[in-house]
Design a protein around this ligand. Structure first.
Ligand code: C2G
Length: 153
């Protein structure tokens, strides 16, 4: 009897926090199904992604231990997916703690610790830092570093 694990996410700018979570979820069972939020569903979450849905789901499906990637189109689909795929465990990062407990009547619901120090939002902010509006800040920092080096010579 295969144990199917199910999770959902945006997986924008896929990073090691996502990978670690998916790795730990797969270790809970034999089959891992990942719902990837569509761009339209993300708009509903108030999330604008950098990477379009088609590319985000292709990346997730390409992960060798992900058995199936499916579109996530609405909040209500979790219950349908749990039944349709005979899911034993729904797993999410702990930022969702408690939000899906109501699905506990259909399957086990677990929340795993997030990976600290990385998030799609942080990556976007870092990318934003190097746009032209920050060049003066960057130049000032470089000038400071140069003067410190001069003094140390
Ligand atoms: N995550 C993590 N560590 C991070 C970042 C994210 O463990 N440093 C986890 C999140 O807790 C989540 C999963 O990776 O379980 C996907 O994160 P997001 O792409 O941010 O997904 P989110 O926008 O939270 O969408 O219906 C549920 C939603 O689709 C979840």
């Amino acid at each position: 009897m295969k144990t199917t694990v199910l999770t959902y996410g945006t997986f924008d700018l896929f990073h090691h926090g996502h990978l670690k979570l998916l790795t730990r979820l797969k270790a809970l069972g034999d089959r891992l199904i990942v719902g990837v939020s569509t761009d339209e569903f993300n708009a509903g979450k108030g999330k604008k992604t950098i990477i379009p849905f088609a590319d985000r789901i292709e990346i997730v499906q390409s992960i060798k231990f992900v058995d199936l990637a499916i579109p996530e189109t609405d909040w209500g689909q979790k219950a349908r997916d749990i039944v349709a795929y005979d899911v034993a465990i729904l797993g999410m990062g702990h930022d969702w703690e408690g939000k899906f407990d109501h699905l506990g009547s259909l399957c086990k619901v677990v929340y795993l610790p997030r990976t600290e120090g990385i998030s799609s939002t942080q990556i976007k902010q870092s990318l934003g830092y190097f746009d032209k509006s920050h060049l003066s800040d960057l130049k000032a920092s470089l000038d400071t570093i140069s003067s410190i080096i001069e003094r140390l010579r």
